[in-house]
Design a protein around this ligand. Sequence first.
Ligand code: NAD
Length: 506
Amino acid sequence: MDQRFDVTERFADGAQYIAGRLGEGGSEGTHAVVDPATGEQVFSYRLAGAADVDAAVAAAEAAFPEWAGATPGERSDAMHRFAAALTERADDLARAESLQCGKPIKLSTEFDVPGSIDNTAFFAGAARQLEGKAAAEYSGDHTSYIRREPMGVVGSIAPWNYPLQMAAWKVLPAIAAGNTIVLKPAELTPLTSLMFAQAATDAGLPDGVVNVVSGTGPEAGERLVSHPGVAMTSFTGSTAVGRRVAELATATVKRIHLELGGKAPFVVFDDADLEAAAHGAVAGALINTGQDCTAATRAYVQRPLYDAFVSAVADLMATVRLGDPFDPHTDLGPLISHAQRDRVAGFVERARGYATVVTGGEAPGGDLAKGAYYRPTLITGAPQDSEVVQSEIFGPVLVVLPFDGDDEGIALANDTPYGLAASAWSRDVYRTGRASREIRAGCVWINDHIPIISEMPHGGVRASGFGKDMSAYSFEEYTQVKHVMSDNTAVVRKDWHRTVFGDRQT
Ligand code: NAD
């Protein structure tokens, strides 16, 4: 038993949550959840197979009529209770998240868990705000109105970097709008998604409204995306897998919502507050050990500030404390796995051939050698078309490059296939205003980088995908618009019937 969170006892019945009950997966395969801070196995479970996905979709289909037919007020009440149930479990959720991801406990406690609870409370309120827009006699003879209806069963697939928050972002707008859902978390990190679903049941949400299948992408994920009983696919993950998901969903004519990778630029103009920008860059690059789709990855700094910025960032990176995720003083935990650490190290090793690794660029030794740790890394001198500038590394690596004119800074910011998030740093409102208009991204921060809030949407453009998580905008994804057109005349032989009956129409 792990003293930090007792996984084995809690999930003794298995890691599938279907129709309000935990059960074993039916796949041939098992998956070992590994603590990335130690490399030790903390839990092993049978993966979901196609039959588990089918059972979860059947449970969601069975729950749909009652849940969709509940009044907005009833759904809202249930979701307020859900938020309260999550609040009661906040400590367990934080510890489980830190265990399976290696996240510093202060990050789980101060960001992941409260953010997810706040999202739940937000959507409990938003459930009562849904409405259709048009109601008028547009034709003169009919009343037209709009019904905004749930899609049905939503199939959602989530990544491992923020498992609880991703579960929240996928599940909450879907169920607030009256859908039921089958969520597939990443196989590395099922624990908090299962606990989230259990909290929903304990709060009184009917069985089958929230189901979780813990399985691999090719087996459980592809079955969920292709399943004829699923009305819509919502996916968060890499752009490469997103393309595959889009192909499968399109083949079965489903609505798709894709939240994909990012390569966020961080543009520092020469009148910026240097200290604020340097702190913002280090925090924005290292949060969650850089495994954040909106992390600051490419800082473009106007020439007069460039040298001072590089040196301030290097100094700040040296102050960041790597350590045991359960130590409240730890700033930076390990990467999610040794494979991910090796992938990140591969980018940095190859960069030594064409750029300068100013600081970091290695795994720590000593007590941390067993874990998937990697030191905060600063790279300069990389060409704009090199892989460390163009590809998502998903680790604690920041590339800093200089620029001259404002036009160049904005052009460089736009010069990758991605468009998820960006930031602009300046004291001049005209410069930041221009950057916010011209940088192609789903979110542009001004003099900050990373904060999110339940009321505001999150989502990308271009290779970062389409559609919105969080906020009332996410209801656009999880509802469909129906036009109802009702005759007001009671006339039997309507004027337009002439197009069919011609002069026989009298
Ligand atoms: P990933 O694409 O490897 O996996 C994401 C999910 O897809 C997992 O649940 C995985 O099991 C599943 N999957 C894999 N192959 C599949 C297939 N063939 N069919 C169906 N499902 C399949 O991503 P990851 O490594 O778990 O997460 C990191 C990625 O997620 C990064 O690219 C990051 O930018 C992205 N991300 C994006 C956002 C956003 O909001 N845009 C948020 C968080 C993470």
